[in-house]
Unconditional design. Structure first.
Length: 489
RNA sequence: GGCCCCAUGGUCAAGCGGUUAAGACGGCGCCCUCUCAAGGCGCAAUCACGAGUUCGAUUCUCGUUGGGGUCACCA
């Protein structure tokens, strides 16, 4: 069987990571079986139209490495792939069902529908009362002729129960009287989302419908349509939701659907914060799916590896919580895996901002790579290069190195002249300092501590004293060393 | 509220009747070490509860509790 899956986002200008994960799983489901992945744009809601929103979808998928075989931009045999361009094809399908007695015209006004709801017993929710389900042919004809607005509703089965199978959740059964006579065509002539979805999925040959578990309870309605048309019901794969964790005003930890208050939830937001596309994809791939077999216990996956390892059996049923800490860790792992070119191209914008010269690139990569989990942290990590304040002299005191104000002053006094005469390369600087320490029978730490502090002016630096001196350059290093020395009295 | 779904450490999770209940993130400790990281080693921490079924339940069934989803002329 040739698998065809689709991603059918609405162009809202924003790609929620939950949506992206759905797209990823749809993509992986198809790719793992050498199937076809289709992109369809669901833009029927003109009110929600956002300029450039479809570009956000294209860009996101491209950056994320989720490539589609068919879609508005690449074409395909099942087009058009933009729903607004398909709008004329839905109504005939609905009218076909009316002819076959499986659907009917409904002339009820919105006011009447509201009335039904209002009069419903407290705390209950009632659906449509099927008022127009059994209008006589004459009544329908007369209403139509009179130009009374109408919708087309499907006649749903009223007794018995329906069961369908989901690859993740198993068999799901509901009573048929739960099913409302759903609207297929709205009064404005446009199809409802559910109706258009079924028509599109069928006419595009979609074999596997992959979507969030919020569709679990409305799936019987979709199936009623497939059955009315005599079409094959697709294979269903419902995905557990992604939640976010937050603390409410009472200090209680609560979990709810991932949203803004949990942090960034948009793919582009995460990118802007410095998360790498591959890391985001890798992370969300593992949110709700667990690799098995030879891939068990593995955390880092390239897209190709995900395609190979992906297995529907590994999808879990229970919702998961988006963990920014783990994403952060994973991002760091991707950074450590980077080659020099890739590292540089990511770091360059931050280097440029600091006015860093090319001859420092190699050293910076070495000291930064294990220390950052996002490239955006570079600015902060290297801030000591620009700022050299009147730092607190107590920084010279360090118990473990046995460094004190006094020892610092003495050592700086000795070391400054030595450094001022030496070549400014890593080996020489290190030799000078360790040589001095050896000669004085000091531990290296006792000497390196005050030098590093004096040069950086902060307690924590990426790299040790030799690296700090190199990054600063000889002139600036000597200037700072002397200034600190004089401040020590 | 009706209906549907879910339930293993703080988080992601393996497990698919018999295990010392994996692994990862995070936390903690130790080692390494000129700071901070990285790296290495180690520790703490989980089967929501109650009945069954069974020689034996984390695993199967039912119930309870908790959580989520869904009930539009929205998508």
């Amino acid at each position: 069987m040739h698998i065809r899956t689709r991603f059918a986002p609405s162009p809202t200008g924003f790609m929620h990571v939950g949506n992206l994960r759905t797209a990823l799983y749809e993509f992986l489901t198809a790719r793992h079986e050498n199937g076809t992945f289709v992109l369809r744009i669901e833009d029927t809601d003109q009110e929600r139209y956002v300029e450039g929103a479809t570009d956000v979808i294209y860009n996101t998928l491209k950056i994320a490495g989720i490539t589609h075989d068919e879609g508005p931009d690449v074409g395909g045999e099942y087009g058009p792939y933009v729903q607004s361009e398909r709008k004329d094809m839905y109504k005939p399908y609905a009218e076909q069902l009316v002819k076959e007695g499986k659907a009917y015209y409904c002339f009820c006004t919105k006011e009447r529908l509201d009335e039904i709801r209002k009069n419903a017993p407290e705390g209950t929710v009632v659906g449509y009362d099927r008022h127009c389900r059994n209008l006589s042919a004459e009544e329908v004809e007369a209403n139509l002729k009179a130009g009374i607005p109408y919708v087309i509703r499907q006649k749903m089965p009223v007794e018995g129960e329906s069961t369908y199978h989901d690859l993740v959740y198993g068999d799901i059964t509901i009573k048929n009287d739960e099913l409302d006579d759903q609207i297929l065509i709205k009064a404005d002539g446009f199809p409802t989302y559910n109706f258009a979805n079924v028509i599109d999925d069928h006419s595009m040959g979609i074999t596997h419908v992959v979507r969030g578990s919020e569709y679990l309870s409305s799936t019987p309605k979709y199936n009623a349509l497939y059955e009315a048309f005599g079409w094959d019901i697709p294979t269903y794969i419902h995905l557990p939701l992604i939640n976010g964790k937050s603390v409410d005003e009472n200090g209680n930890v609560t979990v709810s659907k991932l949203s803004k208050r949990h942090g960034s939830t948009g793919f582009m937001d995460l990118i802007n914060e410095g998360f790498l596309p591959q890391a985001i994809i890798n992370y969300i791939a593992l949110l709700g799916w667990c690799p098995a077999g030879e891939y068990e216990n593995r955390e880092i996956f390239s897209m190709d590896e995900l395609i190979k390892a992906f297995d529907i059996n590994g999808i879990s049923k229970s919702p998961s919580v988006f963990d920014y800490d783990k994403l952060e860790w994973m991002n760091g792992e991707y950074i450590k895996l980077m080659g020099s070119d890739e590292f540089l191209s990511n770091a360059k914008p931050f280097y440029d901002e600091l006015g860093i010269k090319e001859d420092m690139y190699a050293l910076l990569e070495e000291i930064l790579k294990p220390r950052i989990t996002r490239f955006t942290q570079i600015t902060e990590k290297l801030s000591f290069l620009k700022a050299y304040e009147q730092f607190d002299l107590s920084l010279f005191e360090h118990k473990k190195s046995k460094s004190t104000i006094e020892s610092s002053k003495a050592i700086l006094g000795d070391v400054i002249p030595l450094l001022s005469e030496c070549n400014w390369d890593r080996e020489t600087i290190t030799d000078v300092i360790t040589g001095y320490a050896a000669q004085k029978e000091y531990k290296n730490a006792l000497v390196m501590w005050p030098v590093r502090i004096a040069a950086a002016g902060v307690a924590v630096t990426p790299g040790g004293c030799a690296e700090v001196l190199l990054l600063l350059g000889k002139d600036e290093s000597m200037r700072r060393l002397n200034e600190a020395y004089s401040r020590l009295g």
